[in-house]
Ligand binder design. Sequence first.
Ligand code: ME8
Length: 591
Amino acid sequence: MRIPFVFVARSCKAVHRLQQSPFFSPISALSRHQRISVLRQTSTHPCKDDRSYYITTPIFYVNASPHLGHLYSAVIADCFHRYKLLQGFDSKFATGTDEHGLKIQQAADTAGKDPLTFCTDVSERFKHLFSRCNVSYTDYIRTTEQRHREAVEHFWSVLWNKGFIYKGSYEGWYSTQDESFLTPSQVGDALDSSGKEIKVDWMKEENYMFRLSAFRPQLLDWLRGNPQAIQPERFYQAVLQWLQEDLPDLSVSRQRSRLQWGIPVPGDAEQTIYVWLDALVNYLTVAGYPDKHKQWWNVAHHIVGKDILKFHAIYWPSFLLGAGLPLPQTIHVHSHWTVGGKKMSKSLGNVVDPLERSQMFTTDGMRYFLLRQGVPDSDCDYTDDKAIKLLNAELADSLGGLLNRCTAPALNPAQVYPSFCPQSFPNQIGGRAVVEDYHMLDAVKHLSALVEQHYETMHVYKALEAISACVRQTNGFVHRHAPWKLDRRDSKDRRWLDTIIHISLECLRIYGTLLQPVVPEISNKLLSRLGVQPGERSWADVNFLPRYQGMDCPFEGRALGSDSGVLFSRLERQNVDQQKPKKTKKAAKVK
Ligand code: ME8
């Protein structure tokens, strides 16, 4: 089956003629069977390397400094990346900054800086935040880089040559804040997702249009054939719903006289490429487009906030289909952090500074809070209080307390991973273990599979909830048997005491391994304290309590690591109060 666009247009005029040409047959005119066949050619992955994985964040606008919401997207992607590495994947993780467009041009003007200097300054702030928060990206992209310009020019030319771009005129409302064209009903809503009035300008221009309307049937086929393509489900349903509505062609350029800060349209210096087309191509640029993208592009997954779902789930797949490229494997969508019920956003002035907070809570504390509290399906309101309570309860008291108790010299004078005694804890009731202990072993044994399932679907909070529940069970196990009351001089008691500590350390080893994608520093500290070497921390090493199955345990008898420092220090409310940010004027005005 050949794609019907065999006509190669060499100029705008040629494309214009193409619209009237009897050869022009939009994809929507094909039968469903033919469309699915075209889709298979473009969206399946014949050379998919199933040990490769490519994860991206949105690239962030540089009109203002990063806030907690940006860090949230980056930390989710970092968690995926680290998790895939632990599973033995070759993982690529891209983030970066979106530097073109009217909004940036105006912000640079206001700052009295030339646009590139302005972009470089703010882009560096994003980089700095990410490095402070252990966001271990492999690729950082700026849309002002030459490699990106070449990729965009190539991409544009492919769409042009295939007849998907034509010269037309656009008349309608444009929001510079969102760099988006609005439908009349959106203008009527008057408020954007952060509850702020939408400032719109009427725009009437000669420019280039993308034949978006032609792709609706293909988009529907793609989504119906791939119900996991957009997650969580409610966002998948929202996209299907949008596709029931009118899908007009999209203006993909602006007159150069109005927008200079962008990539000129190839062959037409009077027009600048629309910032969203420019920005979306960043994912391909990093993958090595146009020559070397196959390895990564076939395994691409995007993380996006719900505010930019339409751009990623409708425009982007349509551009890709037009260019004959595979579609992303998954678009993982997350909801927003709010403050006092309003979306945290630069324009509302209610942002929480992630650098300041990661100093207060530590980097891992910040990461843990974001991923434990953030729910992809629904918005989450930020308060310092919530963060402090959660971190004290789960990291300092529960996890830290367990490690402390089980490695304390009073209970573990030899400072080793002690031996497991099968007679004290036999496979069937009869030793000194009680029924709750068997339930605990069962829960920890199944924990890695459960956590894996939750990590895969970006429900990191559920993974952390499950780990936290197991940590509580292990603490319950230790309390129940109160090893500090056992007498080391009695051989039976000593074997039982060692068994309690062995099991508890095994549990901690599993928690430390599974937590690595979320809290890499804490996990490292914990695993090092247990004497687990860097080469013994992958997903394949999980293998909980082999002695219970009658197998050898490589850790038994091994010396513990020497760093007995506190895993996570309790946070004091006072310190946080002192550093509370002052309300900005703008934030105070918000209803
Ligand atoms: O939209 N809560 O950039 P942007 C959670 N450049 N996440 C939030 C958030 C909040 N309150 N606020 C922002 C752009 N985010 C375009 C993207 S991609 C080809 C181009 C996160 O700086 C979330 O991921 O406005 C959201 O989608 C993104 O930052 C928007 O960042």
